[in-house]
Structure formats: structure tokens, C-alpha cells
Design a protein. Structure first.
Length: 432
């Protein structure tokens, strides 16, 4: 369905952490089984290999075990049988808090939504999401007035999408729902990572086209690159950071050798981050008027790298040529845009706070019979996913109503998503 919190979580913060929950056998037997679950992370994670729950849950026998545990407690023998032929150990499952011991049985201990759970959440969130959109539409004039401060009139609809659908409903919404006590804060793990893992059973057959609930971010030293969009737009081949997704296929042949896989991935990522910094320098410079080949030589980027990143940025449409000048072609936020950003986020926070106070209790009541709660998990954990569904429907309604750019309009270059380049000090970014 989507990568839940971001390319930044799944890729950029992999820093060479040695796996600690490895058993003697480290090579899984090839399997032709189809995946049963899709898994993501909410928060930020540095770990990889067998310290990464996403990697552990990529093995189909482990996925089958988790689905069984979702429906009833499992025995030690059931677990041992499921682990055969995988590099995963019982200790690994407990250490990653995917299972918890309950006397002589083991229960599911993380957020897993069955197909039936997802279908019910989808139907409920559709209604509540439309209500949330109406709360924003009531302030349409105020948003339009704030966005008039942005110098490029042509880019204001895209920037409105980035700020409201992305920075506000997605990033700020996750932070706000945690602060208000509606959503559990991702726990801190032993290596310092702060995240929780979540899985969806495949086969729910839900349509996420136009539900703009996903963000993909690559952080640079000064400027970061994000795309906000719907799940079906992934991978966003003309967006940063997804344009660098070739890293994943480059290291795929080593996936079943965790130590080497981790080392190769970390090396590739170091090179990608260098390119991200180069791109950030160029976009920031052009935004401030340093916008010709002759003036861009003053940047602290070697000529070969500068030419390569300019070629990439023009190829994916982030920059355009106008005579001898480069022109910004996607929304870019720099320090001069701080008043605009702060005014937008204050207004969105007020709208969301009032709406949540009215609607959280009835939502909780309608969804009280989801399987995670029957496994003893709190609704505040489940609400992280509920909120994504809800603000997803809200973003769709706002796009279709013309409140901001509609990424699914045919004439758009970027199908199902909108890019954003932003100075790090302006937004909190993903990871809440």
C-alpha cells in the first residue's frame, strides 16, 4: 500500500549496525511463496539486516506466523517450525517485540491489520475524512491569503498541497495526535531508534488512488527533498528521493547475506546523500538568484558533480532553462518563506485540534472491535493507521474540490504526487 514513514526511515539512516539477533543458520532457502503482508515503519530507523523488523518480516514464513498469532496465541513449537529455513531466531522476534510471551504461549505484540480490519477502517475513515476536509474548506479564504506571499503564483497550488496535505495533515497531524494523547508515541529501541512497525495483510482490495497519505524524504545538510502523494504513485521515478531508488535493486542480490547487504547499502547511501547535498546547494542557489552556469561555479561542488546534478534536476523537471538562466519549477521553501510556513501550520493546527476533540471518541467507539484491540493492544497504537486513512480521504476531497493542486489531473507531469524542496529549519519533517 505505501511506505509509511519514508525513504528517510527505511534507507537513509542505515548506518552499519551489526545484527544482534542472528542464529547459526543465516541463509534462507529460496521460496516461491507470495507475500502475505506489507510492512512499514513509523518513526526513524538506522538498523538493518536482522535488527530491522522490516527485513525480518520480509520472509513469507514469518509473515504467516504473524497472521496466525494475530488470530490466536501460538506455541513455541509453532514458532520453531515457522523459523526453519530463515535466518530469524525466536530471540529475534522477542527482541524486536513482534511477539510477547504469555505463560507458555506467545501473542502478537505489534500492529498488524487483517484485510477485514483494513476494510472496516477504510469505510469509517471515508466518512470522517470528508468531515475533516470540510473543516479545512471553511477556512479557504484564510489559506489563500497566506499563500499570496509566495512569489511564484504558478506554484502556489502545488505549495498549498505540500503544506496542507503533506506538512500539516501528515507530518504535523502525526505530531499533534501524539501530543494530544490520541496516538501512541513510537517507542525508543535499545539502539536508539524511535519507531513502531506495522503490517497490513494483503488482499483487502482497497483503492488508495488519490489518498495522499505518503511522504518520501531525503534529508540534506541544509535542504531536504520530499514528495507527497498517494500509494499508487510509488515509485515516483521523477521525484527526489525516489529517483535514487536504484540503490535498492543494486543491492538486492545480497539480501540473504545480511552483513554484506548492510555494508553495501550503507556505501551506496553515502554516495546518494552526497548527491542530495549537491542538489540542495543548487536549488537553494537558484531560488536566491544564482541561476546561470557562470554564477553557479561559485558553489562548493566540483565541476563534474555540479554538471551531473544540474543535468539530473533539469531532466526530472525540478529546474527549467529559460535562455541562459535556470528557473525553479517545483515548490522551494527557503528561510525567506518562514512567515508563510508558520502562518499555514498555525492555522492547520487549530483546525485539526478542534476537529479531533469533536471526533476522536466516536471514531474509537466505531473501531473498538478491530483485531489489534482484541490482542490487548491500545487504540492509541491503531490510531496511527486510522489517522493516515482519515487524512488520506481528507486530502483527496480537498484536491478534487480545487482547494489545492490535484496530483491526479491528466496534465500533471508528476502523476499522483507533488515535490517539495525545503530548508531544514522550516519544517520538522518526518519521523514523528
Amino acid at each position: 500500500m505505501r511506505i509509511h514513514l519514508t525513504w528517510i526511515s527505511a534507507t537513509v539512516f542505515l548506518l552499519g549496525v551489526a545484527p544482534s539477533c542472528v542464529k547459526a543458520q543465516t541463509a534462507a532457502k529460496p521460496t516461491a511463496n507470495k507475500p502475505l503482508l506489507s510492512t512499514g515503519i513509523t518513526g526513524s530507523i538506522r538498523a538493518s539486516g536482522l535488527d530491522d523488523p522490516q527485513y525480518v518480516l520480509s520472509f513469507v514464513p514469518i509473515q504467516a506466523l504473524m497472521l496466525r498469532a494475530a488470530r490466536h496465541p501460538v506455541t513455541k513449537d509453532e514458532i520453531a517450525k515457522a523459523l526453519q529455513g530463515t535466518p530469524v531466531s525466536m530471540r529475534c522476534l522477542l527482541q524486536l517485540q513482534l511477539l510477547r510471551r504469555d505463560d507458555n504461549l506467545y501473542r502478537l505484540n505489534y500492529l498488524l491489520l487483517t484485510a477485514q480490519d483494513q476494510q472496516k477502517m477504510y469505510a469509517v475513515a471515508d466518512r470522517y475524512g470528508r468531515s475533516l476536509a470540510e473543516a479545512f474548506l471553511a477556512h479557504r479564504g484564510e489559506f489563500d491569503e497566506i499563500l499570496r506571499r509566495y512569489p511564484s503564483a504558478a506554484l502556489r497550488p502545488q505549495l498549498m498541497f505540500d503544506l496542507v496535505a503533506g506538512a500539516a495533515l501528515n507530518w504535523q497531524g502525526l505530531e499533534l495526535t501524539t501530543q494530544l494523547g490520541y496516538r501512541v508515541h513510537p517507542p525508543r529501541h535499545t539502539n536508539g531508534d524511535v519507531y513502531f512497525v506495522h503490517s497490513d495483510e494483503l488482499g483487502a482490495n482497497l483503492d488508495f488512488t488519490g489518498l495522499y497519505l505518503d511522504s518520501e524524504t531525503a534529508p540534506g545538510t541544509r535542504m531536504s527533498f520530499t514528495t507527497f502523494g498517494d500509494g499508487p504513485s510509488l515509485p515516483r521515478l521523477e521525484g527526489l528521493p525516489d529517483v535514487f531508488d536504484g540503490v535498492e535493486s543494486a543491492v538486492a542480490p545480497w539480501r540473504k547475506q545480511p552483513a554484506l547487504y548492510e555494508a553495501l547499502r550503507s556505501e551506496y547511501i553515502a554516495l546518494v546523500l552526497l548527491a542530495v547535498d549537491d542538489a540542495g546547494q543548487v536549488m537553494n542557489a537558484v531560488a536566491h538568484g544564482t541561476n546561470t552556469d557562470a554564477t553557479l561555479v561559485q558553489l562548493s561542488i566540483p565541476e563534474n558533480r555540479r554538471n551531473a546534478i544540474l543535468h539530473l534536476l533539469t531532466s526530472i523537471g525540478y529546474l527549467e532553462r529559460s535562455g541562459q538562466r535556470y528557473v525553479i519549477a517545483v515548490p522551494v521553501l527557503t528561510r525567506t518563506d518562514r512567515p508563510l510556513v508558520e502562518a499555514t501550520l498555525k492555522l492547520t493546527r487549530d483546525i485539526m485540534s478542534a476537529w479531533l476533540r469533536r471526533n476522536y471518541a466516536p471514531m474509537k467507539h466505531e473501531l473498538s472491535d478491530l483485531l489489534p484491540m482484541r490482542n490487548g493492544l491500545p487504540f492509541s497504537l491503531v490510531f496511527s493507521e486510522v489517522w493516515h486513512y482519515e487524512f488520506g480521504f481528507a486530502t483527496k476531497t480537498l484536491a478534487e474540490d480545487g482547494f489545492y493542486a490535484n496530483p491526479r489531473q491528466r496534465r500533471n507531469r508528476y502523476k499522483g504526487y507533488v515535490p517539495l524542496v525545503w530548508e531544514n529549519s522550516l519544517l520538522k519533517g518526518p519521523g514523528n
